[in-house]
Design a protein around this ligand. Structure first.
Ligand SMILES: Nc1ncnc2c1ncn2[C@@H]1O[C@H](COP(=O)(O)OP(=O)(O)O)[C@@H](O)[C@H]1O
Ligand SMILES: [Mg+2]
Length: 252
C-alpha cells in the first residue's frame, strides 16, 4: 500500500549547513504522526519542503504515490496537501466567515474553466457560505464567525488557521506548532478539535508540548540536527534512552 505522504532520501542544505539529512518519512492514510525535536532540528524546514516553499537539495516528496517534488505550492494544495503556519498569517480585518468562504470559493474556482470563472466571481454562492459556517461550527468558531479576526482570542485565531487549511479539503494536513503562543486554557480546546478531525485526513503535527504530542499521535519521529533519530509509537519513543537524552531529558 502507498504511503499517503512520503519523503525519500530528502536532503536540504543552506550553504554548508545540512538541515535535512537523508530523511525517509512515511505517513500512512489516517495517520496521526508527530514530529518532535529540539529547536533548530529542521522541523519547519521539512514542512517547507513538503509544501513547496523550499526546493530540496536532494531526494523527493511523494503524495499518495505521486512525485510532487517539483510541483508548485498551489498544485500541492489542489492535490490535497494543506498546512498551517507557525507564524500567524491571518487577514486581520476579515471575519472568519469571510476568510473561510474565500478559501472555499478559491478551491471551487480552480476546477472551473476560464469562462466559468468570470461568472463565478460575480456570484458568491450560498453553498460556499453554508459550507464555511459548518466548518467553523466544527472548529467551535460559530459564535465568533462575524467578529473581525484581530478581535478574536489568540486560541481562536489558531483555530481559524486550521479552519482555513481544512477549507481546501486536504487529504494531508501539516500543523506547524498550532498551539504556539496559545494560553494553556485555550490549547485544550484546540487539541480537542484536532482530536475530533476525520481520519480521512492524515496529519503531521509539530509541537513542543510533549503531553499533547503523546496524547495526539499514534507515531512519533524524533528529528535531531536534520536527521531521524528514531520513529515509533509514543510508548517506544518515551522508553528510548537516546530520545530521553537528546530531547526529553532536557525538558524534564
Ligand atoms: N532560509 C534559511 N537560511 C539559512 N539557514 C536557515 C534557513 N532556514 C532555517 N535555517 C537554519 O536551519 C536550521 C533549522 O531551522 P528550522 O527548520 O526552523 O528548525 P525548527 O523548526 O526545528 O526549530 C536552523 O539552524 C536555522 O537557523
Ligand atoms: Mg520551527
Amino acid at each position: 500500500m502507498n504511503a499517503m505522504l512520503e519523503t525519500r532520501a530528502l536532503c536540504k542544505s543552506f550553504g554548508g549547513l545540512a538541515v535535512t539529512q537523508n530523511l525517509n518519512l512515511s505517513l500512512a492514510a489516517g495517520a496521526r504522526h508527530a514530529l518532535i525535536g529540539p529547536n533548530g532540528a529542521g522541523k519547519t524546514t521539512l514542512i517547507n519542503q513538503l509544501t513547496g516553499v523550499l526546493r530540496p537539495s536532494g531526494g523527493s516528496v511523494w503524495l499518495d504515490g505521486v512525485d510532487i517534488t517539483r510541483m508548485t505550492q498551489n498544485e500541492r494544495v489542489a492535490r490535497g496537501l494543506s498546512r498551517t503556519f507557525q507564524i500567524n498569517t491571518l487577514f486581520p480585518q476579515l471575519t472568519p466567515l469571510e476568510a473561510v468562504t474565500n478559501v472555499i470559493c478559491e478551491r471551487e474556482r480552480t476546477h472551473l474553466t476560464l469562462l466559468q470563472r468570470r461568472f463565478f466571481r460575480l456570484s458568491r454562492r450560498r453553498a460556499e457560505i453554508d459550507e464555511a459556517y459548518a466548518l467553523l461550527e466544527q472548529l467551535s468558531l460559530a459564535r465568533d464567525c462575524l467578529v473581525q479576526t484581530h478581535a478574536l482570542a489568540y486560541g481562536k485565531q489558531r483555530l481559524l488557521e486550521i479552519a482555513l487549511a481544512l477549507a481546501a479539503r486536504p487529504r494531508v494536513l501539516l500543523l506547524d506548532e498550532p498551539a504556539a503562543g496559545v494560553p494553556e486554557g485555550e490549547s485544550d480546546e484546540l487539541f480537542e478539535v484536532l482530536g475530533a478531525l476525520s481520519k480521512d485526513i492524515s496529519i503531521l503535527l509539530i509541537d513542543h508540548d510533549m503531553s499533547l504530542v503523546f496524547r495526539f499521535a499514534d507515531r512519533i519521529t524524533v528529528l535531531v540536527s536534520g536527521a531521524e533519530l528514531m520513529t515509533g509509537t509514543p510508548t517506544e519513543i518515551a522508553a528510548d534512552a537516546r530520545v530521553r537524552e537528546v530531547y526529553l531529558g532536557k525538558r524534564n
